[in-house]
Design a protein. Structure first.
Length: 196
């Protein structure tokens, strides 16, 4: 496995840990700030729809810019700010605004994430290397669900959000160490351009 893939798995694994801490108890938090089941569902819908529309648009832009690391670091930074934003949310309207912001973070990072990963995958080990990412995501999310539930039940949501924020900062710090596509791929691209 390429060392950049290993580093990326650490980065995304730490982010998955932060993100997964809230997932299964998200509706409980919405209820605590005065929302109900419908508003919890609406907040999640806002996040998913804004993410989805944004990803379509950003993918085309990122194809032209082709600077994965720039978008990865920006996306992880936005996610960290979003997690910190949960700490200050006190009503459903603020939650809706935060969900739009988090959707924008996904818009920035998602196409670059897949692009970065694909550029570093060994074509002879496609299944196992894509499975490494997917398996890491699910495994860490499962662990995060237990940790998040434990923290929220013992110390409350404010503490949980601070832990999520700190974990996401670690993810961001490591993401700054990622490098663009492998040198051998850059050489191939230059050779093709020179031949044309």
């Amino acid at each position: 496995m390429h060392k950049q893939l290993r580093l990326f798995l650490v980065v995304d694994g730490i982010y998955a840990l932060a993100f997964g801490m809230l997932g299964p108890i998200y509706a409980v938090f919405v209820q605590q700030i005065g929302g109900d089941i419908l508003e919890a569902g609406t907040a999640w819908a806002i996040f998913m729809i804004s993410s989805g529309i944004g990803i379509f648009l950003m993918g085309k832009l990122q194809d032209r810019i082709s600077k994965d690391k720039l978008f990865l670091v920006a996306g992880y930074a936005m996610r960290s700010l979003g997690f910190l934003g949960y700490y200050f949310v006190s009503n459903v309207t603020q939650m809706f605004v935060l969900q739009v912001f988090l959707g924008l973070a996904v818009m920035v990072i998602s196409p670059a994430t897949y692009s970065f990963y694909a550029k570093h995958v060994d074509t002879k080990k496609l299944a196992s290397q894509w499975a490494a990412w997917e398996g890491t995501w699910y495994l860490v999310q499962g662990i995060a669900a237990l940790i998040g539930s434990f923290l929220a039940s013992l110390y409350g949501f404010k503490t949980l959000f601070l832990v999520m924020f700190i974990a996401s900062l670690f993810s961001l710090a490591i993401a700054t160490q990622l490098k663009e596509e492998p040198k051998n791929l850059q050489v191939k691209k230059k050779t093709i351009k020179n031949e044309n």
